[in-house]
Ligand binder design. Structure first.
Ligand code: ZN
Length: 137
């Protein structure tokens, strides 16, 4: 009975869309891609972010992966290589771009990284306001 209950709970988790991941202080958000139609399985926080096929990218044959949707804009986010430590994801409609540390393997990792980045931006703005109080309205 316990086992049956936990199986149902894990199935239920797939019926709920992934909560939007807030990418920056402006409120740009990553939403999950439309769920796989056959099973209506939604993305979960512990799902891996689709990785680049680096061999294909290097050969110029493509290999970019769609990793989500730019909410409100509606454009698809594609992942591509950027630096030795980060990939970039860009929106094919509006060009918005953000970075994914290679250490971030899952959507939950990306969410944590984005939250830490937003906190750093806010802390920097606060310290600039303290250094230059004449610019505060
Ligand atoms: Zn966009």
């Amino acid at each position: 009975m316990e086992r049956l209950h936990s199986t149902k709970a894990s199935e239920l988790a797939h019926t709920q869309p992934l909560a939007p991941i807030v990418l920056d202080a402006l409120g740009n958000c990553l939403g999950e891609m439309p769920p796989e139609k056959l099973f209506l399985r939604h993305t979960r926080a512990n799902d891996p972010i689709p990785a680049l096929n680096r061999a294909l990218v290097k050969s110029g044959a493509g290999g970019e992966k769609q990793i989500g949707i730019h909410l409100f804009c509606g454009g698809p986010f594609f992942r591509r290589g950027a630096t030795a430590t980060s990939d970039a994801a860009y929106c094919k409609i509006c060009g918005y771009r953000f970075y994914i540390p290679l250490a971030a393997a899952t959507y939950g990792d990306l969410e944590k990284h984005a939250a830490e980045s937003r906190a750093r931006v806010i802390a920097t703005q606060a310290s600039l306001m303290m250094l230059h109080p004449e610019h505060n309205a």
